[in-house]
Design a protein around this ligand. Structure first.
Ligand code: TYD
Length: 207
């Protein structure tokens, strides 16, 4: 069984924190896992990440942004994800194609179909087996973290952008419920982590 699991959610939902705790849990239990993230995750892909997220690049064309995310993804798959899956490891990836669908396809309004096609070229058969969605609205997320990060080009866009992103995720989940585990991220960090692990047991990833 292949275990390629991606983790998605709006900015500020606590994805980074939850992923770090999951990583600690996996190493305590001795699971053979690789934790990685997008954009970035490998040397060349991290260089592309810097260009994408640099707040000075405010003139970046939306389509250029979409291609850069896809380009970083191709390299990251080659360097990290494919070798790990081929060795039978569990791969957890913090953001993947669904981020492009909702941020570029819907948030930037480039069109979901176009971004799905672009990512088919980038990803081929390496679609996630399922996706964990940390569910918290952008209103609640930004309230909790005390506002958006102004040095992050993606976080600092209009609030309506983040609402489109959230709604986009919800629609993708409604269309393909089997491919998602929706985790309520509105409780304490402890509660969210516990729900996350339960979902991974249910999916047969953890014992
Ligand atoms: P990051 O600081 O990693 O955010 P987070 O900790 O919330 O994951 O920045 C990643 C940003 O890039 C985030 O705002 C989402 C955005 N993004 C896209 O717009 N498209 C994509 O394909 C990916 C992978 C990320």
């Amino acid at each position: 069984m292949r275990n390629f699991i991606t983790i998605e959610g709006c900015d500020g939902v606590g994805k980074t924190h939850q992923t770090r705790r999951l990583k600690e849990y996996c190493s305590e239990r001795g699971y053979d896992v690789v934790f990685t993230r997008e954009p970035g995750g490998s040397d060349i892909a991290e260089q592309i990440r810097k260009i994408i997220l640099d707040a000075n690049n405010s003139e970046m064309d939306d389509m250029c942004e979409a291609f850069l995310y896809a380009a970083a993804r191709i390299q990251h798959l080659k360097d990290i994800v494919k070798p790990a899956l081929n060795q039978g490891k569990i791969v957890f990836c913090d953001r993947f194609v669904h981020s492009s669908y909702v941020y570029q396809g819907l948030g930037r309004e480039l069109g979901l179909d176009k971004i799905v096609k672009l990512n088919e070229l980038a990803v081929g058969e390496y679609m996630p087996d399922f996706t964990i969605f940390l569910d918290l609205s952008p209103e609640q997320a930004f309230k909790r973290k005390g506002g958006a990060d102004k040095n992050d080009r993606m976080e600092s866009v209009d609030f309506s952008f983040h609402q489109k992103v959230y709604q986009g995720y919800k629609n993708l989940i409604a269309e393909n419920p089997d491919k998602f585990e929706v985790i309520d991220a509105g409780g304490t960090a402890e509660q969210t982590q516990s729900l996350l692990r339960q979902a991974l047991v249910k999916r047969g990833v953890f014992k």
